[in-house]
Design a protein around this ligand. Structure first.
Ligand SMILES: Cc1cc2nc3c(=O)[nH]c(=O)nc-3n(C[C@H](O)[C@H](O)[C@H](O)COP(=O)(O)OP(=O)(O)OC[C@H]3O[C@@H](n4cnc5c(N)ncnc54)[C@H](O)[C@@H]3O)c2cc1C
Length: 360
């Protein structure tokens, strides 16, 4: 297996924040045999990397990296559905386009989401009323300890909002090699989401995809032009009692009741109401069009993004008593971190409070 082992393997083009980071070792396994040749890393810190579009390297030193290179797309046509098997390293948006070209529909609402196919199950990517889990049949997952491949059913993956077993019990215990989709031939456009409801009911999958691409391009910065990692925070879930209180104070607060009784709030709205949309501090900032996206105007240091994110978190707590937690994976040389474990990085100074015009 191709393996780089110098002290300075640059990861700058492997993270959509375009931060400067390097690792001392990186492995690129592309077959079961190569996975089985990986050294035992259980006593070391390592990180599994896809395309790095949901990854923030906090420090210039990254841990050991494993970047799976499983490729290929296989289509099996059945009477009433297609089974499509895809290597983890394939590009997500290319897969969406490829499926539509083949007359296989379902992923059109998830067009233009950056990243690899292998990362899609990890946080159960979602957009415009559709999520990865809707079309997942099974995941092929390699377990480091047993050196075996396992087939995990959709149920076994425990998909939830931006969550799955790969972020929980199976975190860093193995890696995804292939994703197996099931696309029913009976297809109906999913136009439930705001922005898609302007389309005619009989729209084709390609028309839906075109609209999704138009909407996303108008709101989200292209990481190649303005580095970012999409939504920085998850939409917070709160209980009904807390929501009732908030609603009294903010009758217009956008909210989405969940099946389990919790209420999902729009993190972008909270940030905007805290007066931070378009806020910039040095080389990092909050995107002008979409307050949930933090952008890097030219900083090399992940700590700048963390300081900004902590500042946003504090401002939102002050105003709404709601804690925003990052969706983006934050990686130091010691592995994955949370805000609380990054206690040496402080929120940026409160230089913003005097800029009252945003609050008007
Ligand atoms: C402009 C922009 C828009 C975005 N819009 C959306 C959106 O609408 N909806 C959404 O859900 N996300 C969105 N994202 C986030 C991102 O696209 C997804 O999280 C995507 O799945 C990340 O893929 P990646 O390969 O770049 O993952 P990486 O950042 O490389 O990794 C993400 C996580 O997956 C793990 N991982 C990666 N590959 C594997 C593997 N083979 N096996 C096991 N674990 C693995 C990593 O360890 C890490 O924890 C957006 C990002 C950007 C930059």
């Amino acid at each position: 297996m191709a393996m780089h082992s110098n002290q300075n393997y640059s990861l700058k083009s492997n993270n959509s924040f375009n931060l400067k980071a390097s690792c001392s070792r990186i492995y690129f396994p592309s077959s079961l045999a190569e996975l089985q040749q990986l050294p035992d890393l259980s006593a070391e810190t390592f990180y599994i990397l896809g395309d790095g579009s949901n990854t923030l390297f906090v420090e210039s030193q990254a841990p050991i990296i494993i970047q799976p290179k499983f490729n290929g797309i296989n289509i099996l046509e059945q009477d009433d559905h297609f089974v499509v098997t895809v290597g983890a390293a394939e590009n997500w948006h290319d897969l969406v386009c490829f499926c539509l070209e083949q007359g296989i529909y379902g992923l059109e609402n998830l067009a233009l989401i950056p990243g690899s196919v292998g990362a899609a199950p990890v946080q159960n990517i979602g957009a415009y009323g559709v999520e990865f889990a809707d079309f997942c049949q099974e995941i092929q997952w390699y377990e480091f300890a047993s050196k075996n491949l396992h087939s995990l059913t959709k149920q076994a993956c425990r998909f939830a909002y931006r969550d799955s077993i790969f972020k929980q019990e199976r975190y860093n215990k193995g890696l995804i090699t292939q994703v197996i989709f099931n696309f029913p031939k009976a297809w109906q456009a999913n136009l439930s989401y705001a922005g898609l409801d302007i389309l005619a009911k009989e729209s084709t999958a390609k028309q839906v995809m075109a609209q999704v691409i138009a909407l996303r391009s108008s709101k989200l910065p292209d990481p190649k032009e303005l580095p970012n990692a999409g939504s920085f925070f998850k939409n917070p879930l709160i209980n009904e009692a807390d929501f009732a209180q908030l609603r009294q104070q903010y009758p217009k607060i956008p909210h989405y009741p969940q099946k389990n009784g919790e209420i999902k709030l729009a993190a972008g709205w909270l940030i905007e109401q805290a007066g931070l949309k378009g806020f910039r501090h040095g080389d990092v900032g909050v995107h002008q069009q979409q307050a949930l996206v933090l952008v890097n105007y030219g900083s090399d240091q992940g700590t700048d993004i963390i300081s900004l994110a902590k500042y946003i978190q504090r401002k939102v707590v002050e105003k709404f008593s709601v804690f925003l937690t990052p969706e983006v994976r934050m990686i130091t040389h010691k592995g994955e971190s949370s805000f609380s474990s990054l206690s040496d990085i402080n929120p940026i100074e409160d230089i913003h409070s005097s800029r009252g015009q945003i609050d008007d």
